[in-house]
Ligand binder design. Structure first.
Ligand SMILES: *Cc1c(COP(=O)(O)O)cnc(C)c1O
Length: 363
């Protein structure tokens, strides 16, 4: 570790903040907090809400629900716009909600819902909010640096991400960008804050320090992962995720499994798959077999989707060869648990879909 009040750290945090602005595609200020992604969500809520004042939380799954729960915990008057899990949010309905409630000042929304494998179409959502002169805070924990989030082009006021997702790092840091309008608004809100005070944190970071002891080791890693991302270029990174996700979906279909998400809004960082034959016991057996025999770690479903799906994560440090390994092992696992009788060509389906041009899908 190094002295976090010394010149070496000032250079490190400066380089990290510059790189984060590049990856967030923004000229807005970016701060780094020592926390998991949820800390970044708390920071957004604490700095953008006031107890008893209305705020709109758009939720399409477990992480949207979490955002709304943070809002409740801090005393905001939480209005929820909820969508069935597996589906995306409707920008027109967000607009209507704002028209009905002129006193909503901020909208909180998840970009990529990791619990369901759905990516909201950010462009029209942000437009609906900005047209009405409100602020928008986006949970981009599992999208920024893997799926395109053009912060300034769209005019997103606050974007949050977390080190252990597309940044190819261990957990330990959250990142938050804030527009000038958001920073101005934060000076007027009354929600209590201390550790996650954006204005205070920014004061320190502009001087090459952080308010509290930073997660120095994660920042060493971030400096490297930003170099890796810059070498590939953001376009290249987004294309790789899109290509691999397309391949994984083709392979899952070849394996006679059903994708969970609305096909118009498939995520490029996580694929949710319905339990084979809807059989929860078989789903559990498959996940266990893959973990114990094939060293493949798949996630189950969260909350109401517990037992009903499994999820394949494909973000960050993932290559086409990794995708081939994943699908090959998944196929072997499905044979082992008796879901398919033998190989069905899943790896071929994967590689040919990865080679084909992408179908036009929303950003
Ligand atoms: C991972 C994740 C979070 C934050 O989770 P932590 O466990 O606190 O890092 C928030 N939102 C989304 C969409 C996520 O994928």
């Amino acid at each position: 570790m190094i002295n976090h009040r010394g010149p070496a750290f000032a250079a490190l945090i400066g380089e990290c903040r510059d790189g984060l602005k590049w990856a967030f595609q923004t000229q807005n200020e970016v701060v780094v907090f020592p926390s998991s992604g949820t800390g970044g969500l708390e920071a957004a809520v604490q700095n953008l809400t006031s107890p008893g004042e209305k705020a709109l939380f758009v939720t399409i799954g477990a992480f949207g629900d979490r955002f709304a729960k943070v809002g409740q915990a801090y005393g905001a008057e939480v209005l929820r716009l909820e969508y069935q899990w597996g589906h995306a949010a409707d920008p027109a309905e967000i607009g209507q909600k704002l028209d009905h409630h002129p006193d909503i000042k901020v909208v909180f929304v998840t970009h990529n819902e990791t619990s369901t494998g759905v990516t909201n179409d950010l462009g029209p959502i942000v437009a609906a909010v900005k047209e009405r002169g409100r602020l928008i805070a986006v949970d981009g924990v599992s999208s920024v640096s893997s799926i395109n989030v053009p912060t300034d082009e769209l005019g997103v006021d606050v974007v949050i991400s977390g080190s252990q997702k597309g940044w190819m790092l261990p957990p330990g840091c959250s990142f938050l960008s804030a527009s000038p309008a958001a920073l101005e608004f934060m000076a007027t809100t009354t929600c209590p804050r201390f550790y996650f005070d954006v204005a205070k944190e920014l004061d320190y970071e502009l001087k090459g320090q952080t308010f509290t002891t930073p997660a120095v080791s994660i920042l060493f890693g971030l400096r490297e992962s930003l170099k890796i991302l810059r070498e590939e270029g953001l376009e290249g990174v987004f294309d790789r995720h899109a290509r691999i996700a397309r391949g994984v979906r083709a392979a899952v279909t070849a394996l006679e499994l059903e994708l969970f998400a609305d096909p118009l809004f498939f995520s490029n960082t996580v694929t949710a798959v319905r339990a084979p034959r809807g059989d929860e016991a078989l789903n559990k057996k498959l996940i266990g077999t893959l973990r114990d025999k094939y060293q493949l770690e798949l996630a189950g479903g969260q909350a109401s989707l517990s037992g009903k799906i499994f999820r394949i994560g494909h973000l960050g440090d993932i290559t086409e060869d990794d995708a081939i390994e994943i699908i090959d092992r998944l196929e072997q696992g499905l044979i082992e648990v008796g879901y398919i009788d033998g190989k069905v060509g899943a790896v071929d389906a994967l590689t040919s879909a990865m080679r084909n041009q992408p179908a036009a899908t929303p950003a």
